[in-house]
Design a protein. Structure first.
Length: 334
């Protein structure tokens, strides 16, 4: 990347048709935008070495990439989760990592409800039944559920967990919530029941995950925890794929311990073409799109560009997730 007198913000990868939104914010501010679809660590190192700020989507911003950053004042993630960025390495270098925490709350909450309703009302089996030329019930009557009769377990009570809970309560079901970072009183005030992780698992007719990927949450759903579920429970994941041991979920679905699952995320992504979970009739799959809508994606892109621009200007950053708060105009990378 050639040297420039103007600040340079690099974009390491993106899934949008173009970067017109970002350019429309950065160019009038006198900021050069350099974008590459980086596929390798070396490409990332070469792109980010002289950047004043980095915007990334899915690229792995690991310790080697971060250690090569000589000028970066921030790394900004297109999204809420930051599990593709080495937060500790960035913290050690004094580089703030920012996310966009409030851009798709309604979309993901709506998607969660769509998954829950699709599985409890057996929508997909009957669509396939009719397309095959059949009529009548494709599933046993006992597999049709009304939410008012169910207990839904919600793991995680951040913005999305709260939005999901609010929607569920409108269906008059019982909602139990586990989130060790949220006081029980706040959960109760929202109309749900605060409960331990074990209690939520054992009582849930439907379990839905709404927590970030971290050392504490990765593989939280495994052979042991799936066995703790009420037999025949429904499992929903629109959060992160690595919260779940995929082999344990597959086994639970095959044995009937989990009656059905609806997954927007998986580990790895994309789901391998030959993975057996693709072929299970009691699984609904989506390709990590719960956050999608035109307003949400527009807000995501605008916010990421604005946060990166604020960083190069030495302004305060409001969404830092790795505990680095710089003095205004402080030297980066120290």
């Amino acid at each position: 990347m050639t040297a420039s007198l103007s600040p340079v913000i690099v974009i390491t990868d993106w899934t949008f048709p173009d970067l017109g939104i970002e350019e429309g914010i950065l160019k009038p501010a006198g900021i050069n935008m350099v974008a590459r679809q980086c596929r390798t660590e070396l490409e990332l190192i070469n792109l980010c070495a002289e950047a004043d700020a980095v915007i990334t989507q899915f690229a792995r911003i690991n310790a080697n990439v971060i250690s090569a950053m000589r000028k970066a004042r921030a790394v900004v993630r297109y999204g809420i989760g930051v599990d593709n960025i080495d937060l500790d390495a960035a913290r050690a270098r004094g580089i703030p990592v920012c996310n966009v925490p409030a851009y798709c709350i309604d979309e993901v909450a709506d998607h969660t409800l769509a998954f829950i309703l699709a599985t409890t009302r057996q929508l997909v089996p009957h669509t396939n039944h009719l397309r095959a030329g059949q009529w009548g019930l494709a599933k046993s009557l006992s597999e049709f559920k009304a939410l008012r009769d169910l207990t839904v377990g919600v793991i995680g009570f951040g913005r999305i967990g709260r939005a999901v809970t609010s929607r569920l309560l409108a269906f008059h079901c019982s909602v139990q919530v586990f989130d060790p970072a949220v006081p029980a009183a706040h959960i109760e005030e929202a109309g749900a029941q605060a409960a331990s992780f074990e209690s939520v698992l054992s009582n849930a007719d439907v379990l839905t995950l709404h927590c970030p990927s971290s050392a504490q949450t990765r593989r939280m759903m495994n052979s042991r925890t799936f066995a703790m579920l009420k037999p025949g429970a429904i499992f929903i994941n629109v959060s992160r794929g690595d919260l779940v041991d995929a082999d344990a979920l597959l086994s639970a679905l095959q044995t009937g311990q989990v009656a059905a699952a609806a997954l927007d995320v998986f580990d790895p992504e994309p789901i391998p073409p030959d993975h057996p979970i693709r072929r299970l009739p009691n699984v609904i799959l989506a390709p990590h799109l719960a956050s999608c809508s035109v307003p949400a994606v527009t807000k995501l892109r605008e916010s990421a560009a604005q946060f990166a621009m604020a960083a190069v200007r030495g302004e305060n950053l409001s969404t830092v997730v790795n505990g680095v708060q710089r003095e205004l105009n402080a030297n980066p990378g120290t």
